[in-house]
Design a protein around this ligand. Sequence first.
Ligand code: BGC
Length: 367
Amino acid sequence: MTARSTNPSRGTSTGVRREPFGTTGDGRLVERFTLTSVSGVTIAVLSFGGVIQSILVPDRAGALADVTLGYDTLPEYEKDKSYLGALVGRYANRIRAGRFSLDGRDYTLAQNAGGNHLHGGMRGFNKAVWSVEPFEESGDVGLVLQHVSPDGDEGYPGTLTSRVTYRLTARGELVIDFFATTDTPTPVNLTQHAYFNLAGSGSGDILGHVLELNASRFTPVDATLIPTGELRSVRGSPFDFSTPEVVGARIGADDEQLRLAGGYDHNFVLDRGAAADLTLAARLTDPVSGRGVDIHTTEPGMQFYTGNFLDGTVMGKGGIPHRYRSGLALETQHFPNSPNETAFPSTILRPGEEHRSRTIYHFVVRD
Ligand code: BGC
């Protein structure tokens, strides 16, 4: 399959539209920002949770579909428990029992997922109203989002100042940069939690999508989805996506790891050698429409989650329920539970350092 950037002649304008989106239950004003680029890709972002609400992408014939799961209204985002499209922090994925020790001190975090800490706790960065400033720069359009998490937030030490930029380029790339600084040592693991359905949100499940992951190992989990500490080869198992595979082809296989997670919900160890720079993490394709997304990142890992906890009870955009496996997430990240695993790449940020991480979603059309 050859890939090309989305049709550059399709869009006519580049810009950022800013409009009110609503007021939260506790009186915070929320805005929506719509980024339009000449690539034909259009992305809507909310100041609530830094949520990517929609991503319009053309198919082979130029027909647009919204390829990400979400909601139409703010109250639905306030209730959301699936982190649809949101920025996740301070720590993406799980920390065992919500406990860790750092520099000889023990910390206890909010336990919001079966006794573990998940995605920053009860009120993570996905529920914060971020301050947002739009920018336009040499054909790119984007937003700078900022959020200050106070000392003790969800149990974490130190005041953490986070900045995230979303930049949409003329080639249809969404470049996401994460920055953070702290006044006290603390774990940090920020990610974007978009769920993709490249056939279009609400159109069915993602089992027919084709996925390639640049990972020869993954981190197997225990029954509570905490990594055991092992880095296991994917070879010969349903976790081998080192060449393109249909997502649903082996998801029902008789495999202990698939059983424990109810499908794919695992961190993959990206093959990057020693390089700390951008590396290909994943290529995802809907073979029917030709829509694709290529993901590059500076992160060491990627959580591949097939929407196993979506159960059709929560309505999404257009009143269509978020059904079982109707979207999949590819979250670039450090490994889950790293504060308790000294052999995993460190997630500890110290005063005077800057946390920096980049992920690029390149929306493409494949022939
Ligand atoms: C996690 C899942 C979790 C989902 C939504 C994913 O990143 O890996 O276990 O259910 O987010 O909360």
